[in-house]
Design a protein around this ligand. Structure first.
Ligand code: PLP
Length: 423
């Protein structure tokens, strides 16, 4: 690898996915006076860019609403009453499942709470939850309040796994050992697929396997994983998962989330919170008393779905199959390796004193790299922002960069390096 424009451009030329960049709008920034330039966008892990095609997709539904009113529920190629079904195939592709195991609905934390009602069922000795230490706060609050719902104490029931002294990320063997240790007291393991802060990709398959060995349930929050890494939830035997659509899935701020429930849990009498959109679709409109669940993941839906958000979501996720997740992953590994190379080079050259806390092993990360900066972190972040580089800052001293293979280029990374050199 080389820190040169030539090298970066050469890589871009060889990139079979480079055309996807033109499917997206890049925010503009005031370069000099009235001259506008695209920003260097490295925040697809927080809010993915807007695909140019979503406007038409939303317009289409707006027109349908204007022209057909309530008839839109039943008319056209994609009647609104069945709209969620039209996203199943692409979602199943993204998580590696059957189509009746995935549903786009609600938002991430709502889905997590709904599925925890079904899948966190403390009984007798089996009451404990294992999660990664420093998980995204919403997940912490969800688990804390679920434990309280059962009149148990979160301080004793929730076990968080933290890195070894002096380290930033977890060893799979430590996670597995903790699961084995808690053993028959374990009710649930709820882990991120990729940790939002460190960018560490956890071994979902091994964690699930060990969890099942001790007789507990394995659930995952895929907010930073879906669209970032190829997934095989079905092969990995995962029990349930949730995600949001506005990060790597590029479906728009506050967009609709999604859930996966493994087939073996369909048609069981686990407790749940129900609504009419989870009712058996064949007889739903008879409006009868007594809840009859759909025989698939849709049983966990509550409300009819937000069509405008789903129109955007549907359009945005088409791109992943077109690009192919394995091809994206290949590019992602190269692009992130290049970012690592550039960051390490400049760090040394300029003595910036930061440390990459994301695992160096490409198998243990997606596209994001997080750096820990003991000093001047905020200044560096502000400097980059001033220069039109969009990254993100997590208190107290972490900056996250996500070169997204669907729309970032090697030249983006090169330019970032050039700007860092000016700091
Ligand atoms: C982004 C993110 C959330 C956000 O939750 P919403 O319900 O979509 O607001 C939750 N958990 C994790 C791990 C996240 O990365």
């Amino acid at each position: 690898m080389e820190f040169s424009r030539d090298f970066a451009q050469q890589q871009d030329k060889q990139d079979i996915l480079r055309k996807f960049r033109w499917e997206f709008y890049f925010p503009l920034y005031d370069f000099i006076g009235s001259f506008k330039a695209d920003v260097l966008y490295f925040t697809g892990n927080s809010l993915g860019l807007q695909p140019k095609s979503v406007k038409n997709a939303i317009d289409f539904e707006l027109k349908k609403w204007a022209n057909e009113g309530v008839e839109g529920h039943f008319k056209g190629e994609m009647p609104w009453k069945d709209y969620h079904i039209f996203l199943r195939e692409d979602l199943a592709y993204l998580v590696g499942s059957d189509t009746d195991e995935v549903a786009p609905c609600n938002s991430l934390t709502v889905n997590l709470q709904l599925l925890l009602i079904s899948f966190y069922q403390p009984k007798g000795k089996r009451t404990k939850i294992i999660m990664e230490g420093g998980a995204f706060p919403s997940d912490q609050y969800a688990l804390e309040t679920q434990v309280r719902l059962h009149n148990l104490n979160p301080d004793t029931e929730i076990i968080e796994i933290y890195p070894r002294a002096g380290e930033y990320t977890l060893h799979t063997e430590d996670i597995l050992a903790k699961i084995a240790e808690v053993g028959e007291e374990l009710a649930l393991v709820l882990f991120g697929g990729v940790n939002y802060y460190t960018g560490q990709f956890f071994d979902i398959e091994k964690i699930t396997q060990k969890t099942h060995e001790v007789g507990a349930i394995a659930g995952f929050d895929l907010a930073h994983t879906i669209g970032n890494l190829p997934l095989k939830l079905k092969d990995w035997n995962v029990d349930f998962a949730v995600w949001c659509s506005y990060k790597y899935l590029n479906s728009g701020a506050g967009g609709v989330g999604g859930m996966f429930v493994a087939k073996k849990h369909h048609n069981t009498n686990r407790p749940r919170l129900a609504g009419w959109w989870g009712y058996d679709a064949g007889t739903r409109f008879q409006m009868k008393k007594g809840f009859v669940p759909e025989p698939n993941v849709d049983a966990w839906q509550l409300s009819n779905v937000p069509i405008l958000l789903l129109a955007s979501h549907k359009e945005a996720i088409k791109l992943f199959k077109e690009a192919n997740m394995e091809a994206l992953r290949e590019k992602s590994k190269k692009l992130t390796a290049y970012l690592q190379f550039i960051l390490e080079k400049i760090n040394e050259e300029k003595n910036l004193g930061f440390q990459i806390i994301t695992p160096k092993n490409p198998e243990e990360r997606g596209c994001q790299l997080s750096i820990f900066i003991p000093e001047n972190g905020r200044e560096l972040f502000d400097f980059l922002t001033e220069k039109g580089v969009i990254t993100d800052w997590r208190e107290p001293n972490v900056m996250r960069f996500a070169p997204v293979p669907l729309y970032n280029s090697f030249e983006d990374v090169y330019k970032l390096g050039k700007i860092l050199r000016e700091f």
